[in-house]
Write a protein that binds this ligand. Sequence first.
Ligand SMILES: [Zn+2]
Length: 353
Amino acid sequence: MDIESLNFLKKLLAQCGPSGFENAARRVWVQRTQKYADEVRTDVHGNAIAVLNPGADVRIMLAGHLDEIGFIVTHISDNGYLHVAAVGGIDRVTLPGSQVKVLAEKGTIDGVIGKKAIHLASPEERRKAVEIKDVWIDIGARNRKDAEKHVKVGDYASYTPNFMMLKNDLFSSKSCDNKTGAFVASEVMKRLRRRKLSVSVYAVATAQEEIGIRGARTSAYGIDPQVGIALDVGFASDTPGIDKRIVGDVALGKGPILCSGPNINPVLGKRLVEVARKKKVPHQFTTDPGVTGTDAAALQVTREGVATALVSIPNRYMHTQVETCSLKDLDNTARLVAETILTITPRTNFIPR
Ligand SMILES: [Zn+2]
């Protein structure tokens, strides 16, 4: 990965952007992606849309959701603690001991999610995972009045950025799900910038995926693509306790995961595999027997239907603060998607036959 791309990745992962409040991450994504696009626009739902070669008959949409799981402040107690609800699928086992940023109007405020000391917990309390209603964010306020000088009910919060390189090109950060997918969408534009295209390419950093795959729905309706590729993280099965009979054999560093199943157009799915083989891009396989829990679900049923695929970045520890991916996989995912787009022409027929 070149230094410009790596710096962009780090900067994107350093932003906080829970579903519905993707603003900071979106600004960073737009600022970078506009260098490699002919046009960039944002919409009322919070999506950012970059276009290369606008005006062609065939429109290909890439959807990498920009939002992450987080919190919203529901109540400020008399003691000045912030009580919260989960935005998206928070893993409550990982909550106590977390550092968070409250995204207040005047700027971000540091806080911690505390917990009763283990010494003081009853045997029963020690055994069970905390409920979200029983956790609180401590920003150091003296009382409610003091807290309200900085924070109000309705402010969002998210885990504190914590990017860290591990060995062998692996890295760990909160919100790899799915800033890595939004990153790859931008990278595809960078790779295609100087290539001859017979299609229009729309890279979309979608909003609000984590609360029900919403930004892909609105942006795809507007773009009206014939082809859609969702870029998201996918489960790696190279850690203890994961059942390969369900997830398949997926390891970090072994390339993008190509999904098959009813949510995937068979012609596009096959094309991705052919291009991966021809261009020698390492790749892995998974299946989903129903509707995937990704932007591919919305893409496929847009208007009269879109030829849809899901290309996933292998990820360990999804929805924790230490989600882990491989830089090599990000590069290979962008390369595979870019090379596949270059094979699509107005004559490519995606109707299953
Ligand atoms: Zn995701």
